[in-house]
Design a protein around this ligand. Structure first.
Ligand code: CIR
Length: 258
């Protein structure tokens, strides 16, 4: 296992009262319980803190039901933060509070129309940044990402997506050369020289996990993925994500590490 890259801070944003009106691709079978989502969010923040991350929690803004999904508003690479222009029109405006919170810590760049870019489409592994071409991230968004982040030394690699909301819905970083990938999602050859651990296709949601050091925060209820990770030497800590998932959200969407 290589030494993990370790940002020490995270930005999160509280769950708004309007969370049950979040953008969804398919309406959930049961309505979103905002009270339970808040408990799950709190447990998430506590889990990050228990792993040594200093967490800043921004207040929610009820005008933006999806505002807790801060990952989509910014792509951070070292001291640079590219503030995105969100792919979902109803979400545009969420990024202002994220930019305001990060401006004293990082050097900010912005994204202008017609570009759209969601941070959930950006997966960094070492010096490579994979970016999903999705319904949320367009060619101009990827162009802007290259313009801002190539000078930081990153290689930007485009990944065509078919049928997924974001790239990170089906994969995530474990360390700089290891990733978790949902089986039968993206062809593994896309990720050259990367050690791939697979989550079974029927546990695809678990492929979005958040790793710090040797600990993997994993959504609760995916035993096969948990076993595979543990066998490979990772320590797994499960988090209940039922209400976040109903809003098409996953673990990484709830924070920006920097
Ligand atoms: C959306 O559709 O934009 C939100 N309801 C969910 C965003 C999840 N974000 C992420 O995967 N990075």
């Amino acid at each position: 296992m290589s030494v993990a890259h370790r940002p020490s801070r995270a930005l999160c944003r509280a769950i708004p009262d309007t969370f049950d009106r979040a953008v969804v691709r398919t309406a959930p079978a049961e309505t979103i319980r905002v009270d339970i989502a808040r408990r799950q969010h709190l447990a998430y923040v506590r889990a990050l803190e228990s792993l040594g991350v200093a967490v800043i929690v921004l207040p929610a803004d009820p005008r933006y039901p999806d505002c807790c999904f801060v990952e989509d508003s910014v792509v951070v690479a070292g001291e640079t933060a590219l503030i995105t222009r969100l792919g979902a029109p109803s979400r545009r405006g969420e990024e202002a509070a994220v930019a305001a919170a990060l401006q004293s810590h990082l050097r900010l760049a912005t994204t202008a129309a017609p570009a759209t870019l969601d941070g959930g489409d950006c997966l960094r592994l070492g010096q490579r940044l994979y970016v999903g071409q999705s319904q949320r991230t367009n060619a101009a968004g990827i162009h802007r990402l290259r313009e801002v982040l190539t000078p930081t030394g990153l290689e930007i690699i485009e990944v065509p997506l078919d049928g997924f909301l974001h790239l990170k819905c089906v994969c995530s970083r474990l360390n700089d050369d290891t990733m978790l990938l949902a089986d039968r999602s993206i062809p593994p050859e896309v990720f050259r020289d990367v050690q791939i651990i697979k989550a079974p296709a029927e546990e695809g949601y678990a492929a979005n996990c958040l790793c710090r050091g040797a600990t993997v925060l994993l959504p609760a209820g995916f035993p096969a993925t948990r076993r595979t990770l543990e066998k490979a030497g990772w320590r797994v800590q499960e988090l209940e994500m039922s209400e976040i998932r109903k809003a098409d959200g996953a673990l990484t969407c709830l924070s920006v590490l920097f």
